[in-house]
Design a protein around this ligand. Structure first.
Ligand SMILES: [Zn+2]
Length: 686
């Protein structure tokens, strides 16, 4: 290959590689295979090795080319690199707006102008990364530096060159705010200087990958993506920076390119081939707060770590006018998310039985606000985890809430111990069914050996929450299964301990649905005795029997103590039903359930004496009814307090006559007893 041919091929390769680099690192897509892309890079490298004088500083191969440095050179920033003041709540952000509004009004000449109408904002993700400045000379990446003390930073150009989302050469792409800006930039890319600022960061997946490799090699793991990114940039050997798979997001343009707003700065950066975040223009502070809430909710799903939003007045002119106090500009603020870590006390460690029979220890916490919601429990996963954390009942602990899971305990604060803390012991018997608890070899999880245990429990909870029982709106089988899976509930009484904040972090829940369910649970706590008995799911005790029991005993205490003989006196209650009721109330775990229900706020309404409109009336049946069997007719009469007799006498109040009545009909006529037909009977017993 001649040098001329090589030069042509090299130019073509660079163009193609840069194209895919932009696609992959800025647009997050890649249309060719990674192998093909690597192969192109390899060919370019070989050609450049063969013709070293064709190497240019903006060649993609130059990304990792620098020799390790002895020390960093100092760079002074043309314009100071500032830090931001923090706001931790919507209220604090509103206070910030008020402060700047006052300044704006004071400087406004016309008293008629209302500054409130003019304050609009640009809000963007606040990446947990490392701020840097990039200077391009004649379109080529020339100097990259750290913030340092704001006035002077360190030259880390070689390391920054390893970051593929930093263009080595500026390109004029699409999406310019206007033609004037585009023309100005085009001129400066040919001859002149452009300074861009942004954040170097590591994605969560790159961080995990790097740590996995380190683990394999037996090297100590990095603590977090931010420090790893910062450490990578501040290494003298660019190969180390390259290994960390760093990324860059642009958020500021220092040079005057004719931009009037912060929003335009983002547009310009994108049009020059930089990656920018999904930030948004906000017409007012309400929109800023709504955006903040939306982002906070999905922050776990964002591929890099963020700790809030950067909010600034959109007008560049106003931003400059507002000036700087100390090291922070007045026109911008770091609107931090609510802390996802806090401390509280472990009041108890309970064991929940999940859907698969796995026993999960769960810490019952002193209620505490975290990430904006009150939580009362944190999962402890299993016995080993408790041992590893050395968490004891009574301990003060640090908890964190990360995304869509119930909070985790990070560790116990041992300095807070008084000596009264108790160690947790995994129970030998299942707290639900009393079955044996075993831990299979090689498994971290303890399980109840009773395979049916969890299945029965799930069925029981579903029955408990169903329409004819506690009638809890929104607590259908799917949600029951989910709550059991998450270790939030394992028996009916647990339902009443749930808090809004326990539900919000879970999948399928948001603030509104969590609130609705908690309200529904609250409302369901007052219940009639008959529905309560039905809800317990006692074998052979359906709705009717529950009503009969409630009517007869009128108080739960009486049913609890009722002897078999007493139970047999209840209407329609035979031996089987009576025994089943007796056995249920004799069972220790059922007694515990009743106690828990009461303790958790369930209130049984006193059984109202049903108005028995047929009390004292005697009926005799004759003939065939169309709609009812004889038993059903009897049932209807008895339920309303009436009696059924087999023969007609002067004491008989009604004879219910169907088709082909017998001698009873004639006798009733003779005695002057009232005879009613099916329709009338139906009306009467409705
Ligand atoms: Zn069990």
């Amino acid at each position: 290959m001649t040098k001329k041919e090589a030069a042509k091929r090299i130019a073509q390769l660079r163009k193609t590689i840069n194209y895919y680099s932009y696609q992959y690192h800025v647009l997050d897509k890649l249309d060719i295979s990674a192998a093909a892309w690597d192969s192109l890079k390899h060919e370019l490298k070989q050609l450049e090795d063969a013709f070293p004088d064709l190497i240019t500083p903006d060649s993609p191969t130059r990304r990792v080319s620098g020799q390790p440095l002895d020390k960093f050179i100092k760079v002074s920033h043309k314009e100071r690199m500032l830090s931001l003041e923090d706001a931790f709540s919507p209220e604090e952000t509103a206070a910030w707006q008020e402060r700047i509004q006052k300044l704006v009004s004071a400087s406004a000449k016309s008293a008629a102008s209302n500054p409130r109408d003019k304050l609009d904002y640009f809000a963007e993700l606040k990446i947990d990364g490392f701020a840097i400045s990039l200077v391009y000379k004649d379109g080529l990446f020339a100097v990259g530096s750290t913030r340092g003390d704001g006035r002077t930073g360190e030259d880390v150009t070689q390391n920054l060159k390893t970051i593929e989302s930093i263009p080595l050469k500026l390109e004029i792409r699409n999406g310019w705010p206007n033609d004037n800006i585009k023309k100005k930039v085009e001129a400066l890319v040919k001859k002149g200087e452009i300074e861009i600022r942004g954040e170097v960061y590591m994605t969560k997946s790159a961080f995990k990958k790097v740590n996995r490799e380190r683990e394999k090699e037996g090297r100590p793991l990095y603590a977090n993506p931010r420090n790893t990114a910062a450490g990578g940039i501040r290494q003298l050997d660019p190969k180390i920076a390259a290994d960390r798979q760093l990324n860059f997001l642009a958020y500021d343009i220092v040079s005057d390119l004719g931009q009037k707003t912060h929003r335009e700065k983002h547009q310009i950066a994108r049009a020059l081939g930089f990656k920018t975040d999904i930030g948004g223009y906000c017409r007012n502070l309400d929109e800023v707060i709504a955006f903040w809430e939306r982002v906070e909710k999905k922050r776990e799903k964002i591929p890099f770590q963020i700790d809030g939003l950067v909010v600034q007045v959109n007008s560049d002119n106003l931003f400059k006018k507002l000036g700087v106090v100390g090291k922070t500009p007045r026109g911008a603020i770091a609107f931090k998310f609510r802390p996802a870590e806090t401390t509280t006390v472990v009041e108890d460690i309970i064991v929940q039985v999940g859907r698969t029979g796995a026993l999960t220890p769960v810490a019952k916490l002193r209620p505490v606000k975290i990430g904006g919601v009150v939580v009362t429990r944190a999962t402890l996963h299993n016995e080993d985890e408790i041992k590893r954390l050395d968490v004891r009942i009574g301990d003060t602990v640090l908890i964190q809430r990360a995304g869509d899971v119930i909070p985790d305990i990070v560790g116990a604060i041992k300095k807070m111990r008084t000596g009264k803390e108790k160690k947790f012991v995994m129970p030998k018997n299942c707290p639900i069914c009393g079955g044996q608890v075993v831990r299979s070899e090689g498994e971290a999880v303890h399980r109840c050996v009773n395979k049916k245990c969890a299945v029965i429990q799930k069925r029981q909870i579903n029955h408990f929450a169903s329409r004819k029982a506690f009638d809890i709106d929104g607590l259908g089988p799917k949600i029951v299964a989910q709550l059991m899976n998450e270790g939030m509930i394992s028996k009916s009484s647990d339902i009443f301990t749930l808090q809004e904040g326990d539900l919000i972090p879970l999948e399928r829940f948001d603030q509104k649905s969590a609130k609705n369910l908690i309200n529904a649970v609250k409302e369901s706590r007052r219940i009639t005795l008959s529905k309560f008995i039905y809800a317990l799911g006692i074998r052979h005790v359906g709705e009717e029997t529950a009503i009969n029991l409630a009517n007869y005993f009128s108080r739960l205490e009486k049913i609890k103590k009722a002897k078999l003989d007493d139970l047999l006196k209840v209407k329609d209650t035979g031996e089987i039903v009576a025994k089943s009721v007796r056995e249920w109330f004799n069972d220790k775990s059922n007694q515990k359930l009743l106690a828990d229900l009461v303790e958790n706020g369930v209130e049984i309404e006193k059984q109202k004496t049903v108005k028995r409109k047929l009390a004292g009336k005697t009926f005799v049946l004759t003939g065939q009814l169309e709609e009812f069997t004889r038993d059903q007719v009897k049932d209807r009469i008895r339920r309303l307090g009436g009696d059924v007799s087999s023969s007609v006498s002067p004491e008989t109040d009604f004879v219910v006559a169907g088709a082909e009545p017998g001698s009873k009909y004639d006798r009733a006529k003779k005695l002057g007893v009232k005879i009613i037909g099916e329709k009338e009977f139906k009306e009467m017993t409705r």
